[in-house]
Design a protein around this ligand. Structure first.
Ligand SMILES: Nc1nc2c([nH]c(=O)n2[C@@H]2O[C@H](COP(=O)(O)OP(=O)(O)OP(=O)(O)O)[C@@H](O)[C@H]2O)c(=O)[nH]1
Length: 178
């Protein structure tokens, strides 16, 4: 599958870096072409608690057919709609895609990814509470995973998250197979 999706670049811009020209700016002032203006994406890292209250398995879902990187494993989520906060977008996306209603979304990390198809700013939030039965409303697959992740291939934008988990959990060695 990797032969059909060119590799993206991980952009290490701080979350506070300017990402778009002021609305009033003329076209030449834009810092990059329109298709390079970052799209904000809310991403949910659903984490199960272990019986002793530690963070345990986390949820990965496969990207549905028809989308870029179809079949790659990622954290569920999607693009913010106009006027939405990250938490609102995440609540809507997880309802639409998975049929669950999430509790609080805890902002965790922000990461920029520069894909050939889009430049995205990923707002990763941990979620520990949700209600409802999981329904794969876009015919995705779901898998509760721990390190090293066994499902493959994982989306390039997922790999930094696995590293953050490894740091938090003191995990050494590969974060995923493949
Ligand atoms: N949902 C999600 N998207 C991610 C992750 N990592 C990552 O790089 N992305 C990128 O962020 C973008 C999210 O777009 P999407 O297609 O999932 O969003 P969406 O559900 O709103 O799509 P739509 O526009 O088809 O309705 C894609 O370019 C995807 O490659 C991740 O862990 N989860």
């Amino acid at each position: 599958m990797s032969d059909v999706s060119p590799a993206p670049a991980l952009v290490s811009a701080p979350a506070s870096a300017p990402v778009s020209a002021p609305a009033s700016a003329p076209a030449p002032a834009a810092p990059w072409p329109e298709d390079r203006i970052p799209v904000d994406v809310a991403v949910g890292v659903l984490v199960r608690r272990t019986p002793d209250g530690q963070e345990g398995e986390f949820l990965l879902t496969s990207r549905p057919e028809g989308k870029v990187y179809a079949g790659y494993w990622e954290y569920p989520g999607g693009k913010l709609e106009q006027g939405e906060t990250v938490e609102q977008a995440l609540r809507r996306e997880l309802q639409e895609e998975l049929g669950i209603t999430i509790g609080p979304a805890h902002p965790w990390k922000v990461e920029m990814m520069d894909y050939p198809h889009a430049r995205v700013r990923l707002h990763f939030c941990k979620v520990f509470d949700w209600e409802g039965e999981f329904e794969m409303r876009e015919q995705q697959a779901m898998a509760w995973q721990t390190l090293p992740v066994q499902v493959q291939p994982v989306l390039p934008g997922t790999i930094p998250v696995l590293r953050w988990f490894a740091e938090e959990r003191g995990h050494t060695g590969p974060t995923h197979v493949g």
